[in-house]
Ligand binder design. Structure first.
Ligand code: NAP
Length: 523
């Protein structure tokens, strides 16, 4: 069982003792006492801290890092060793020492050896030897772990800065190999390292770290223990857990991990869903998916795909001989990757179309056939607009596309048999339905609107695809003028539910997904 370890970084012993209680309450199995964060560490106070730590049912790691090791300690080596001695004489299960310091300092080696030998064998003090690289993930991770294991330690630890998620996958390669032979901690730091932290338990790590709260991380990329247990359902992740995620750039703001993980939990499906930030070029997208698929043990089963990778997904699946849904090909963008492991097969499809059409019909209270009676003004000519214009034209609607970049509107209109106009003419639309597919009015620019309120005269139906905020200025002004309004939440949940059903083959728990989204968006 891979422990969930919370590093504690208070700057005084009494506060650190409080943090032990807090971490235990939040579900930590272990705490790491970062003695290097204590200002003027007083030996009596450390004695009291260690005694207090012994009263909780958590494992304790004692750590005191120098600046070059990613820590704050500025005293002499003798002072550092003294801190270790005072702490370890009272308690602690592990002591974490940087490999370079261990090799460099005979003082450190001799005194820590003596401490370990003085321990009652029923309560051993285990030695973690660690190697950190805060700049990059070096080439040969496996050899680095083997090199650490040459020293007389109980646990080998490697923490490197991930420059891309592929680095996280390489760290997991090294973890799998090393953990089969000896207790190992291996993780990637930074935003791109998340996958290695959340999945560490699947590959036999001794522990993975999670911060006590936002702002109390001891290394870049740690998620909070609340998110680890609540959002990512860490305790449900096992050897067979399927991996899903949202590929985009950026993805930090995405609501998809929250709604999918909650949905998996609701139906008891053994899966986890992660944010996967991949830089824009096609090559980065292809390298990431190739790297996932070449590691069948990862069990990567599907991805939601968002800006700027929707076209990349179509190209990738076509180039790898997978199945591209005709609708997605016609729209020119896909938002769903489905991977069937076993006999590996790939498929790309577009669920924005279904999500948007269902939301619109439900909002108006009509069937898709009945929708064909309406004339529609579509604002925007980007990815979402393409899916919606295709859907509207399939229903037989008369569609006019208004866009800031007029050429884009003309190209899209020509493809789907619609009309094109510059965005400045949108106020004179004369349509029954207005659909905003631009990002005007999206958080944080919540005071912006793509249309003056006067353009809502005649009470058209107004659908805003933006879901953050749920009620945009456009929707608020439309509601106040008596228009029927449709918000972006219904479309977002609809397209996510269609992905869920495609991947899992079971109906999505819509109420749970909707509830999570509304709660996260503060409504
Ligand atoms: P996209 O491909 O980048 O297209 C953005 C569109 O917005 C383009 O037409 C662009 O015009 C226009 N635009 C952006 N900023 C503008 C500005 N300041 N003034 C005038 N026009 C502007 O993005 P997308 O994927 O289609 O997403 C568009 C919207 O859909 C976003 O607001 C997003 O919130 C929403 N969305 C909703 C869902 C859902 O499920 N509810 C899912 C995805 C996206 P130009 O062509 O001139 O650049």
């Amino acid at each position: 069982m891979t422990s969930l370890c919370v590093p504690l970084t208070a700057d005084h012993c009494p506060q650190m003792a409080e943090q032990i209680a807090q971490a235990t309450r939040l579900g930590a199995d272990m705490v790491e006492l970062r003695l290097d964060h204590l200002r003027d560490p007083d030996l009596d106070a450390i004695h009291a801290l260690m005694s207090r730590a012994g009263q909780f049912a958590v494992g304790v790691i004692i750590t005191c890092r120098l600046a070059e090791e990613g820590g704050n300690f500025t005293g002499s080596e003798e002072q550092r060793v003294k801190l270790f001695e005072v702490a370890a004489l009272v308690g602690g299960d592990y002591m974490d020492i940087e490999l370079a310091a261990w090799r460099r300092s005979a003082l450190l080696r001799e005194r820590i050896d003596a401490l370990r030998q003085a321990r009652d064998p029923s309560r051993p003090l285990k030695l973690i030897l660690s190697r950190h690289d805060f700049e990059k993930t070096p080439a040969d991770l496996s050899n680095i772990l083997k090199d650490i294991a040459r020293e007389p330690c109980d646990v080998v630890k490697l923490a490197t800065k991930a420059e891309s998620i592929v680095d996280s996958l390489r760290v997991l390669d090294a973890l799998r190999e090393s953990a089969a032979k000896r207790p190992t901690i291996a993780l990637a730091m930074g935003e791109a390292g998340l996958l290695s932290r959340v999945l560490a338990g699947r590959f036999g790590a001794l522990l993975t770290f999670a911060s006590l709260e936002t702002g109390q991380e001891s290394a870049p990329g740690q998620v909070t223990i609340a998110d680890m247990l609540g959002l990512y359902r860490y305790n449900s992740i096992g050897p067979a857990t399927a991996v899903y995620g949202v590929i985009g750039c950026p993805v930090g703001h995405s609501m998809s991990p929250a709604i999918f993980n909650a949905a998996f939990g609701e139906i008891g499906h053994d899966a986890v869903y992660l944010p996967l930030r991949i830089e824009p070029p096609y090559e980065a997208f292809a390298a990431f998916v190739d790297n996932c698929l070449s590691r069948p043990w990862l069990n990567m089963s599907g991805c939601s795909v968002t800006i700027p990778h929707k076209e990349n997904l179509l190209r990738y699946v076509a180039e790898r001989g997978g199945e591209v849904e005709p609708l997605a090909r016609r729209i020119g963008a896909a938002n769903t990757l489905h991977v069937q492991t076993g006999e590996l097969s790939l498929a790309a499809c577009n669920t924005d179309y279904r999500g948007a059409m269902n939301a619109l019909c439900a909002g108006i209270g009509c069937t898709r056939e009945e929708l064909g009676r309406f004339s529609v003004a579509v604002l925007g000519a980007g990815g979402v607009s393409r899916a919606i214009v295709a859907g509207l034209r399939d229903c037989g609607c008369r569609v006019t596309i208004y866009n800031r970049t007029f050429d884009r509107a003309k190209t899209l209109a020509a493809e789907f048999g619609a009309e094109a106009r510059p965005l400045e003419q949108a106020a004179d639309h004369g349509a029954d339905v207005i659909i905003n597919c631009t990002s005007i009015g999206m958080w944080p620019n919540v005071d912006d609107t793509p249309l003056p309120a006067d353009a809502l005269i005649g009470k058209p139906v107004v659908f805003d695809t933006i879901y953050n905020p749920i009620e945009t200025r456009l929707l608020r002004e439309a509601r106040l003028r008596g228009c029927r309004t449709v918000d972006g939440v219904s479309m977002f949940v609809g397209q996510a539910a269609a992905q869920f059903e495609r991947w899992i083959g079971r109906p999505a728990p819509l109420d749970i997904m909707r509830g999570i989204l509304r709660r996260r968006l503060g409504r």
